[in-house]
Design a protein around this ligand. Structure first.
Ligand code: GLN
Length: 240
């Protein structure tokens, strides 16, 4: 499982979200506190942010904790909307920048924290990488982010072992799902953070329930259940 973080609010330095917090993504790259799968996130990192309406990305297949160049430049990168991730690659997936979140369609930045059987994804081509997360991103982009909840329910139905924590932003909206892993929200005076796990010990963090979709527009937060037919009892077998 990877760890990711999204920000929508006032313009802030990227370093203040990713590198500076005592338990932020930099520390989560070697010592996550709530990660259920994998011990650390040493297989790369990606930081995406909006420059006006233009998404920009900086990704690397190396561990975030050792990237002195990024640490030097990150205080000068400022944005009102950020999607960042540190990666623990799923066994068998390539380890290179193109397999590392955030992915983009030119409008959205998107990160996946989890795993999915690529065979259940309807669209197999046109992804940046053969990594499950890149293919999943391509499928979500093709369907549109307005359908994120439905897409996750369908893929979750098709692969009962999938973990589908998504995080996406387009500069004015921040959306995320909790589906198999942790997700927390922090409402600050200057904006909203959605993160796989709290980046500090502030009591203001709230845990979001599993199988839910959260959407942030401005300072309005909507949380919707994705609970569906997954929990429907298996129908009895008919007479033979
Ligand atoms: N399956 C994705 C990958 O290999 C994400 C892994 C994760 O969430 N740890 O990169």
């Amino acid at each position: 499982m990877c760890r990711h973080l999204g920000w929508l609010g006032r313009e802030v330095a990227v370093s203040s979200l990713v590198l500076d917090p005592p338990q932020g993504l930099r520390v989560q790259s070697y010592a996550p506190r709530r990660q259920k799968n994998g011990l650390m996130n040493a297989d790369g990192w990606g930081v995406g942010f909006f420059d006006g309406v233009t998404p920009r990305r900086w990704r690397s297949p190396a561990p975030l904790w050792g990237d002195a160049s990024f640490a030097s430049v990150a205080p000068a990168l400022r944005s009102h909307c950020v999607v960042a991730a540190v990666r623990s690659a799923t066994v068998g997936m390539p380890i290179d920048s193109s397999a590392t979140a955030p992915f983009t369609d030119g409008e959205w930045l998107l990160s996946h924290n989890g795993v999915v059987d690529r065979a259940v994804l309807p669209l197999r081509a046109s992804a940046e990488s053969v990594c499950d997360s890149a293919l999943l991103a391509a499928n979500i982009f093709a369907r549109g982010l307005d359908a994120l909840g439905d897409t996750i329910i369908e893929i979750g139905n098709a692969d009962r072992f999938a973990r589908l924590n998504m995080l996406a932003a387009n500069g004015s909206r921040l959306v995320a799902t909790a589906w198999g892993d942790t997700l927390s929200i922090l409402r600050r005076d200057d904006g909203i953070v959605l993160a796989s796990e709290p980046y500090d010990d502030s009591p203001d963090w709230e845990d979001l329930p599993d199988r839910h979709l959260v959407e942030v527009v401005g300072d309005r937060v909507t949380v919707t259940s994705l609970e569906t037919s997954l929990d429907r009892p298996v129908p009895p077998k008919g007479p033979r």
